[in-house]
Design a protein around this ligand. Structure first.
Ligand code: AHR
Length: 494
C-alpha cells in the first residue's frame, strides 16, 4: 500500500471557518418542506408542533447552523402574506416552477422561524425581487423584526407572536440572472441597491444582506456587482450557485445510483470546478474588497442527477450514494480552505430534493452518505483553518483527478481536525500525518466508506454508516489507512 505524507502546521493559523459553511437549503419544491420538514400536527408521524421530530433531531446532531428558505426559484414567486394567519384561510397557489402542484401555504413565516428555533439554527430568508415589490420585502422585514408600534408589528402580534424574531441573513433575490427575472448584472445591481435601502434594521436587529451573485463562471456578474454595489450599499455577501453535473450535460445528467466508473470520475472532475470558481470570483472580489469583508456565499451547491424513476420530474428527488459523499467531502474541504472569503455555503437541499442529507418516506427517515460527511466534518465549525499539505497522486481514469482532498483546523481547546477523502476506487493509502511543530501525542479517527454505488434505503437505513478507523501513533506521527472511496476525520492532539 502506498504511503502519502500529510503535514499540518498548527502554528500557521489561516482563517476562521464560519459554522455557516455547513448550512443547508429548504425550498418549497417537491417533498422538501411538506413531508420533509413539516407533516402537520395531526400526522401520525412523530412531530413537534407539526415538524418531523426525527428531522429536527438529525439536524441538531450535525449542529446545522443555518437554513435557507423559501427558495430557490420559488422565492421569487412567493408572497409572504399568503403564508401567515389562520391556516384554513391561507391562500392556495400553484407552484409553477416545481411540478405545478397546489401550495396551500400552511408552512409560512411563523412555521419556518419556529422550525429554526427548534433546530437551533439561523434562518436565512430569500426575498422576492423577481415578482415582488420593494414595499412587500420591506414590510416582511418589519413584520419579523420590529418590536414597536407599526402596522406590520401589530399584524404579527395578531397572528400570535408578541416578540419579534431576530433575522440576520437576508437574500435580495435568487438567481436574478435566471429564474429570478432574467436580468442583466447592471439592472440587478440597481435593483439590489434599491431593495436593500428599504430593508431596515429594526429594534437592534442587524441584517447581513446577500446580493444575488453569479451563476457558476459568470465573472462579469461579480465584477459589475462588486464595482457598483460595494462598499456603499450594505453589501455583506454575494451568492454563487454551482451544481455538479457529470459532463455538464443538463439534458442527460445520469442516474443517481446506476452510473459507470467513467461517470463517477467525471462527477469528481466536475465538482472540482468549485475550486476554480471560488478562486476566480475571489480574485475579482479582492480587487474591490481586499480586506475580505464581503462573503462569497455558496448558497446552492451539490450533485444534480436525473430524478428517480417513477417520481414527479418537477420534484427533483434523487438517491444519494458514496459518490455524493465524496463530492460533499471535496466541496467542504474547498470551502474550509477558502474560509477567508467563503463565509457561508448551503447544500441543495435539506430533505428529499437533489443532494439531500435526509430522505423521508412515511415514518422512516434515512440519513444519506452526505449526511454522514456533515457529521464527520462538524467540528470544523467555528474552528480556525490551519496550514495542511498532502502528497497526492492522480487517478488513472480518463478524466484524471487527484485522489486526495483535505483540510485541517484547530479549535479553542487545541483539538486538531483533519478531514480527508480518497476518490480513487482502486486503491487505499496509508496516510502519515505529521506536524511541522510538535509531535502528534494522541489521535482517534472515524471513516465513511463503501462501493461508489452504496447507499441507504428505507428498508436498509444503515448500509452506509460512520465507523471507527484504527489509528497508530508512532514517533510523533499518526497513521491511518484511508480506504478507496472513503472519507475520514482524524482528531489529533499535538
Ligand atoms: O435547487 C433547485 C433550484 O436550482 C433552485 O430553485 C434554483 O435557485 C436553482 O436553479
Amino acid at each position: 500500500m502506498k504511503k502519502l505524507r500529510l503535514t499540518i502546521n498548527p502554528m500557521d493559523k489561516r482563517s476562521h471557518i464560519n459554522r455557516e459553511i455547513y448550512g443547508n437549503f429548504s425550498e418549497h419544491l417537491g417533498r422538501c418542506v411538506y413531508d420533509g420538514l413539516y407533516v402537520g400536527e395531526d400526522s401520525d408521524i412523530p412531530n413537534i408542533e407539526g415538524f418531523r421530530k426525527d428531522v429536527v433531531e438529525a439536524f441538531r446532531e450535525i449542529k446545522l447552523p443555518v437554513l435557507r428558505w423559501p427558495g430557490g426559484c420559488f422565492a421569487d414567486e412567493y408572497h409572504w402574506k399568503d403564508g401567515i394567519g389562520e391556516k384554513s384561510s391561507r391562500k392556495k397557489m400553484i407552484n409553477t416552477h416545481w411540478g405545478g402542484v397546489v401550495e396551500d401555504n400552511s408552512f409560512g413565516t411563523h412555521e419556518f422561524l419556529r422550525f429554526c428555533e427548534l433546530v437551533g439554527c439561523e434562518p436565512y430568508i430569500s426575498g422576492n425581487v423577481g415578482s415582488g415589490t420593494v414595499e412587500e420585502l420591506s414590510q416582511w422585514i418589519e413584520y419579523m423584526t420590529f418590536d414597536g408600534v407599526s402596522p406590520m408589528a401589530e399584524l404579527r402580534r395578531k397572528n400570535g407572536r408578541e416578540q419579534p424574531w431576530k433575522l440576520k441573513y437576508l437574500g435580495i433575490g435568487n438567481e436574478s440572472w435566471g429564474c429570478g427575472g432574467n436580468m442583466t448584472a447592471e439592472y440587478y445591481t440597481d435593483l439590489y441597491r434599491r431593495y436593500q435601502t428599504y430593508c431596515r434594521e429594526y429594534s437592534g436587529n442587524q441584517l447581513y444582506k446577500i446580493a444575488c451573485g453569479p451563476n457558476a463562471g459568470d465573472y462579469n456578474w461579480t465584477e459589475v456587482l462588486m464595482k457598483n454595489a460595494h462598499p456603499w450599499y450594505n453589501l455583506k455577501g454575494i451568492s454563487l450557485h454551482y451544481y455538479t453535473v457529470p459532463y455538464g450535460n443538463w439534458a442527460h445528467k445520469g442516474d443517481a445510483v446506476k452510473f459507470t466508473e467513467a461517470e463517477y470520475y467525471e462527477t469528481i472532475r466536475s465538482t472540482l470546478e468549485m475550486e476554480t470558481l471560488v478562486t476566480r470570483h475571489s480574485e475579482i472580489m479582492n480587487r474591490y474588497d481586499p480586506e475580505k469583508k464581503v462573503g462569497l456565499i455558496v448558497d446552492e451547491w451539490g450533485c444534480w442527477f436525473d430524478v428517480e424513476e417513477g417520481t414527479n420530474p418537477g420534484f427533483l428527488y434523487q438517491q444519494n450514494t458514496m459518490r455524493d459523499a465524496i463530492v460533499a467531502a471535496i466541496n467542504l474541504n474547498i470551502f474550509n480552505s477558502h474560509s477567508d472569503r467563503v463565509h457561508m455555503a448551503n447544500i441543495a437541499q435539506a430533505v428529499n430534493v437533489l443532494q439531500s442529507i435526509l430522505l423521508t418516506e412515511g415514518k422512516v427517515t434515512v440519513k444519506t452518505p452526505t449526511y454522514h460527511v456533515f457529521d464527520l466534518y462538524k467540528e470544523h465549525q467555528d474552528a480556525t483553518l490551519i496550514y495542511s499539505h498532502a502528497e497526492n497522486e492522480a487517478t488513472d481514469s480518463e478524466s484524471a483527478v487527484p485522489c486526495i482532498s483535505h483540510s485541517a483546523s484547530i479549535n479553542e481547546n487545541g483539538d486538531i481536525l483533519v478531514t480527508l477523502s480518497n476518490c480513487a476506487l482502486d486503491r487505499e493509502f496509508e496516510m502519515e500525518i505529521g506536524s511541522a511543530f510538535g509531535e502528534v501525542k494522541s489521535a482517534c479517527a472515524r471513516v465513511l466508506t463503501g462501493e461508489a454505488h452504496d447507499h441507504n434505503t428505507f428498508t436498509d437505513t444503515d448500509n452506509v454508516v460512520i465507523k471507527e478507523l484504527a489509528v497508530r501513533v508512532e514517533d510523533g506521527r499518526a497513521y491511518v489507512v484511508l480506504p478507496a472511496c472513503g472519507v475520514a476525520a482524524v482528531t489529533l492532539k499535538v
